[in-house]
Design a binder for this molecule. Structure first.
Ligand SMILES: [Zn+2]
Length: 344
């Protein structure tokens, strides 16, 4: 095949791949081959074997030959017309390589989005989800967690039934802040190695250990702890923490209709990982509002926290492990001071 007269020549610089010497050449199409012709160059290469760089601004396009030689082409328009006339198409790999900058940028942006999602999006999504979970699931989660704890650490409460009822009546007699009181029920357990502790499960169960009841100087301090736990329930903290820590597993479990395995991770989260400072502050604020609404001092909660801290510091000396009210209540000192500061 010969070059048709309508195919214009395109000027280029040829490098043989061995020396830095420039050879001015012209490129011209000859059927499915490209002719590269200059004073001391005369090559004919099949178009299919050539690799052509993507146009990048005004930079010359590179035409790479299989033997390592290459041409630099500054006449973008002429070269593009020549390639089009020859039916040349870059392979997808070549196109992708030409866009490596975009690929890197996409990876960086994706990583940033995932990080931002984890830091801000996930807590927001967890909160949204926590208030939309079906009741049946909350009961499963709460029941499953308590069952785990009963098997692993708790034994039945030795607190007399009359005393349990007395505490329940006193707490029921307190007005809740705001216009609604979260559903709750108080259960008593001998805490075993967990010791003096209290926490709320997603179904509204507030667990109070005998050791905590024994530690309180006054029933009003127990009421203050219950108010704090009611605050955790009002904000659905245990559920939100659970969602944040096991979002993938929870969605799968929700879909499968069985959250039993997820419930198993809640005791560890509550007793060892603990709530964030923000969650504790929210529960303290709720307790403060509730205590004040009933003519009680928020310092009662501060006093109880100080008592718990002292008790668990003693236990830590005995190597009692990471369990305890304090590990689930970080920055206790700061909170005690704040609760006393808000005392009337
Ligand atoms: Zn708390």
């Amino acid at each position: 095949m010969s070059t048709s007269p309508s195919d214009p020549d395109v000027a280029a610089d040829y490098y043989d791949g061995r020396s830095a010497r420039v050879h001015p050449v012209v490129l011209r199409l000859a059927g499915d081959r490209l002719e590269i012709v200059g004073a001391d160059v005369d090559r004919s290469e099949p178009l299919a074997g050539l690799r052509v760089s993507e146009p990048m601004g005004a930079a010359p396009r590179l035409l790479k030959l299989p033997d390592g030689a290459h041409c630099e082409v500054r006449d973008h328009a002429g070269f593009a017309a020549l390639l089009a006339a020859g039916g040349h198409r870059d392979g997808w790999v070549v196109r992708l390589q030409g866009r490596w900058l975009w690929a890197v940028l996409a990876v960086v942006l994706s990583a940033a989005a995932v990080t931002a999602g984890y830091r801000w999006g996930l807590p927001a999504a967890a909160e949204w989800l926590a208030y939309r979970m079906p009741e049946r699931m909350l009961i499963q989660l709460g029941g499953g967690s308590l069952l785990m704890l009963d098997r692993a650490v708790f034994t039945p409460s030795k607190l007399p039934k009359a005393r349990q009822q007395g505490l329940a009546d006193k707490f029921a007699g307190l007005a809740a802040p705001g216009d609604r009181r979260p559903l709750y029920r108080i259960v008593h357990r001998d805490g075993g190695r967990v010791g003096a502790n209290a926490f709320a499960l997603p179904d509204g169960t507030i667990v109070l250990t005998d050791q905590l009841a024994a530690l309180a100087a006054d029933d009003r301090e127990i009421l203050a702890v219950l108010a704090h736990e009611l605050g955790h329930l009002d904000h659905r903290h245990s559920l939100r923490m659970l969602i944040q820590s096991s979002v993938v597993g929870l969605v799968v479990a929700w879909y499968a209709g069985d959250v039993g395995n997820i419930a198993a991770s809640l005791p560890t989260l509550l007793l060892e990982t603990g709530y964030s400072r923000d969650f504790e502050r929210e529960a303290d604020a709720y307790a403060t509002a509730m205590l004040e609404a009933n003519g009680l001092s928020p310092a009662l909660l501060g006093d109880m926290l100080a008592r718990l801290e002292a008790a668990h510091r003693g236990e830590a000396g005995k190597g009692d492990g990471p369990f305890g009210y304090l590990s689930s209540h970080p920055a206790t000192r700061e909170r005690i001071e704040s609760l006393h500061g808000t005392a009337p």
